[in-house]
Design a protein around this ligand. Structure first.
Ligand code: C5P
Length: 206
């Protein structure tokens, strides 16, 4: 069974995808990590993030070691990722890797922005996990504050909106639900509620 999970930044996709993978005994690929690693490498090498050819070359040479870096999770890497993710050569270089992962025997869980629409249009189940920008910004602010970081809700909200705008308006593989995706709005749900809604949707479809 292939489970495709898409949605905007900070909607809780990653946590949910990981939990679903454990529940169904499937391998999990966080495809955002691929774009984050490319953004980081381009930044380290002083490459212009708007240079489609140069960032595409980085994407084609990506190794598993690049994905194991410990500086891919934060907001800065997310921002770099979203800038390189607009380039068709970057996206094209990552297609086979993602499809091969999805084609593992037994299936897989993949999360990202274009899994149900581009990477795995034939996925058995497609979930589009979303929440209002305000709720996502509030969650992210609380998460960072819990880690002792000094954060400003208004600034995080602006960042969330900016990333939504870039991810949904780009010409190649824009963020949008597949026609046959089940929409899960987590605005009023906690983690357990989101998990229960996802399991119900998956079990109903498979
Ligand atoms: O999901 P995550 O926040 O790690 O993704 C970082 C950025 O990478 C996203 O904002 C998006 O621009 C890009 N991305 C993408 N397609 C994917 C996964 C991530 O364009 N499948």
């Amino acid at each position: 069974m292939i489970i495709a999970i898409d949605g905007p930044a900070a909607a809780g996709k990653g946590t949910l995808a990981e939990r679903l993978a454990a529940h169904y005994g499937l391998p999990y690929l966080d495809t955002g990590l691929l774009y984050r690693a490319i953004g980081r490498l381009a930044h380290d090498r002083g490459i212009d993030l708007d240079d489609a050819a140069a960032t595409g070359a980085i994407a084609r040479a990506l190794t598993s070691g690049d994905l194991a870096r410990d500086d891919l999770r934060g907001r800065e890497a997310g921002e770099l990722a979203s800038r390189v993710a607009v380039h068709p050569p970057v996206r094209a270089a990552l297609v086979d890797f993602q499809r091969d992962f999805a084609a593992r025997p037994g299936g897989a869980v993949l999360d990202g922005r274009d899994i149900g629409t581009v990477i795995c249009p034939g996925a058995d189940v497609k979930l589009f996990v979303t929440a209002s920008a305000e709720v996502r910004a509030r969650r992210r602010t609380d998460e960072l504050a819990a880690k002792g970081r000094d954060v400003d809700y208004a600034r995080i909200l602006a960042e969330v909106r900016e990333r939504d705008e870039r991810d949904s308006t780009r010409a190649t593989a824009p963020l949008r639900p597949a026609a046959d995706a089940v929409i899960i709005d987590t605005s009023g749900l906690d983690r357990d509620g989101a998990f229960a809604a996802a399991v119900a949707a998956i079990d109903a479809r498979r």
